[in-house]
Structures are given as C-alpha cells and as structure tokens.
Design a protein around this ligand. Structure first.
Ligand SMILES: NC(=O)c1ccc[n+]([C@@H]2O[C@H](COP(=O)([O-])OP(=O)(O)OC[C@H]3O[C@@H](n4cnc5c(N)ncnc54)[C@H](O)[C@@H]3O)[C@@H](O)[C@H]2O)c1
Length: 264
C-alpha cells in the first residue's frame, strides 16, 4: 500500500494502466459506459452480463477503439456463476484490481400492498445477495484494490411505488459500509455511487407504461436542480475517480451523483 501519494503527479494518479477491472452488467447502460471509461484510463476490462451476446458486442466495440476488453456470461444471482467469472479473470490476468458491482434489476412500479413474494425475492437475490456474493468472491482473490457498488438515491430517500427496489439499494449502502470495514485490512477499498435517474435501457423500459399513459418522460428525466437529463457518463466519470488512486483515502463512502436532487 502506498501511504502518501503527495509526490505523484495528478495524471499518474488518474491513470489505470495495468489495472484489471471486472464490470457486472457491463453490456449496456451505466455498466457499458463504466467499462468504456475504465478502458480509456488504461485498465483491462472484463464485461460480465446475463446477456452474453450484448456483453460480447460491447467488449468488441471497446476493443475496436483500442481498449483491452473481454466479455463473459454471468448471473449474479447464482454464486457458481460468480465463482466462474472470478476464476476466468484470475486465469486470464492473474489478478483483479477493480470490481464494479453494477448489475441490477429495476422495480415493477406498484404499491407495496400488491408486491408478490417472488418479485421481492428476485429483487433481493440480484441487487443484494448478488452484490454481496460478487464482493465476497472477488475479495477472496483480490490482493488489494477497490470494489465499487452501484447504489441509488432511492437507497437514501424512499419513493412510493418502488419499495422493493428502494430497500435493495438501502442494503447496498449498508453493504458498502460493512464490507469497507471488513476488507480494509486486505487493502481493499469498498465504495459506492448513488445515481439519480440516468437515461439507460433499463430506465426507458421501466418508463414505457408511464409514457404510454401520457407522462412527459423527457421532462421527468430533466427534473432536477441542474435541469438536464443524466446520462451514463455522468456516473462512469465518478466511478473512474473512485477506482483510481485519486480516491486512495476514500472507503465506506457513497458518492451521490444526482444533479442535486437529494439536496432539497
Ligand atoms: N439508470 C438509473 O437511473 C439508475 C439510478 C440509480 C441506480 N442505478 C443502478 O445502476 C446500475 C445499472 O443501471 P442501468 O440503468 O444501466 O441498468 P440497465 O437495466 O440499463 O442495465 C443493467 C445490465 O445488468 C444486466 N443484468 C441484469 N440482471 C443481471 C444478473 N442477474 N446478472 C448479470 N447481469 C445482469 C442486464 O442484462 C443489463 O445489461 C443498476 O444497479 C441500477 O440499479 C441506475
């Protein structure tokens, strides 16, 4: 562990050359842009997704622009699948430096009174146990490095109609803090980003019924103090910072990136 980075130039602190990064849910949306930016910063990236074809296409796209990118299938609700992913990274690279727990599923919007047990279980299996199991299996093999979780502003402030999703992201905030303490002796930082609404395929799918019901989705996406729609790169840049040595003194912390919405 480097104790004092003071004499290192800023450009070196940002640089991720030689780092090996796994991004779950890396096929589309926020995960894909995180992979693209980490590769641009010099990291080798492994895009892992339940949609293997889309992950392979995204990895090929990143490789075509000069990045070091691979893909793999993974279902983060299945621990065997996670272990296979970790072992693939180890056999390919010999180590893992950055692990991004980005894969997650969205709420079916609806009242808690109507929430089915199967739906609640699936939300917890992917967003909570999947994120926990990925962190555990990665940390067993990592020799220092950083785990970055995707939380959400709904992990701080609940909203009606998305109760299961909201509690799953509250859990990701808690998991970030708990694992930061446990993994600190391993020289592994555990941090999170909490995005506000970001324009991704997942969000667009979720909003389709609302749009069909007449909601002005574009206006809703820009309803925040900065007054503009969030895009995946607004989150990917934060992840690059947290993954880099710029953030070497940050662990157990959640950075909110929401154009100011939680401020009011
Ligand atoms: N977009 C937003 O507004 C927003 C806001 C706050 C938090 N987040 C969080 O950011 C992360 C990414 O969001 P997004 O909007 O890019 O999502 P998205 O739905 O557009 O993409 C998610 C990706 O994860 C993959 N995935 C889903 N289940 C998986 C599983 N079991 N195993 C492996 N891969 C799986 C999907 O195939 C997809 O490629 C999620 O954790 C989400 O909760 C998003």
């Amino acid at each position: 562990m480097i104790e004092d980075h003071s004499s290192r130039p800023l450009v070196e602190l940002w640089n991720l050359t030689g780092r090996r990064a796994v991004i779950t849910g890396g096929a589309v949306g926020i995960g894909a842009q995180i992979a693209r930016r980490l590769a641009e910063a010099g990291a080798s990236v492994l895009l892992a997704d339940i949609d293997q074809a889309a992950a392979a296409a995204m990895a090929a796209d990143i490789a075509a622009t000069g990045g070091q990118a691979l893909s793999s299938p993974v279902d983060i609700s299945d621990t065997t699948s996670i272990v296979d992913l970790v072992e693939l990274a180890m056999s390919t690279w010999g180590g893992i430096d950055i692990w991004v727990n980005n894969a997650g599923i969205y709420p079916t919007t609806g009242p808690a009174l109507d929430a089915e047990d199967d739906f609640i279980d699936r939300m917890m299996d992917v967003n909570v146990r999947g994120t926990f199991a990925c962190s555990r299996e990665a940390a067993r093999r990592m020799r220092g490095g950083v785990i970055v979780n995707l939380a959400s502003t709904t992990g701080f402030r609940a909203a009606p109609g998305i109760s299961a999703y909201s509690i799953s992201k509250h859990a990701v905030v808690g998991l970030t803090r708990a694992l930061a303490l446990e993994f600190a002796p391993l020289d592994i930082r555990v941090v999170a980003v909490a995005p506000g609404p970001i324009d991704t395929p997942g969000v667009r799918t979720q909003m389709t019924p609302l749009k069909e019901a007449g909601l002005d989705v574009e206006a809703v996406m820009a309803r925040n103090p900065l007054g503009r729609r969030g895009v995946p790169d607004d989150i990917a840049r934060v992840v690059c910072f947290l993954a880099s040595d710029m953030a070497a003194w940050i662990t157990g912390e959640v950075v909110v990136a929401d154009a100011g919405s939680l401020a009011g």
